[in-house]
Every structure is written in C-alpha cells, then in structure tokens.
Design a protein. Structure first.
Length: 114
C-alpha cells in the first residue's frame, strides 16, 4: 500500500504564488506516475499536472505556463509550484500516485482571492 501526505496550500491573492508538496510512503517502489488533481465546488475533479517516474510531465491547458510539477524520486515526493494564481484556481487539490492502482491524498485547500 501507499500513503500520501500533502502539505502547502492556503489563501493567497490573485497573482500570487503557492507551493504544494506530497510525500509518499509505504510500497513506493510500485509507483509510476504521480501528480495533482483539483476539485472546485460543483465541479468534477480534473487533472492539473502529472509527472512520470522518468520525468515526463503533462499539464492541463488552464495551468500551462503558470504551474510547474516536479518530482524527487529519492524522497518519493512530488511538488507543484503555482504562480500567477487566479480565482478560478480555487479548489481542493488532491495528490495521487499511480501504480497497479490509484492512491489519493486527503486533499489540501487552495483559495485565491480576487
């Protein structure tokens, strides 16, 4: 099994920056992809960014050029640097790890005020 613990998030004004991190523990050797989804009230959960074990990245069009995902395989940690934040980025952000199944973190709130 894999356990995920997120940190970061909070309240920031539009145009500001926040950084999220997610540390995996347990059977981390089975993890391939890691990344972040988000869910705003009334909306479906959507992919924000993903990074493979080899370092390939994928971003939602809405965050390209503003968010950067990175991964430290030695620390089993994935990071999300969020710059130029917009009110529409407000959501609960969920870390995930994908191996033979998906594992999810509990989520962390990101609120961007206008």
């Amino acid at each position: 099994q894999v356990q995920l613990v997120e940190s970061g998030g909070g309240l920031v004004q539009a145009g500001g920056s926040l950084s999220l991190s997610c540390a995996a523990s347990g059977s981390t050797f089975i993890i391939n992809d890691m990344g972040w989804y988000r869910q705003a009230p009334g909306n479906q959960r959507e992919l924000v960014a993903a990074v493979s074990s080899g370092g390939s990245t994928n971003y939602a069009d809405s965050v390209k050029g503003r968010f950067t995902i990175s991964r430290d395989n030695a620390k089993n940690t994935v990071y999300l640097q969020m710059n130029s934040l917009k009110p529409e980025d407000t959501a609960v952000y969920y870390c995930y790890a994908k191996g033979w199944r998906w594992w999810w973190g509990p989520g962390t709130q990101v609120t961007v005020s206008s």
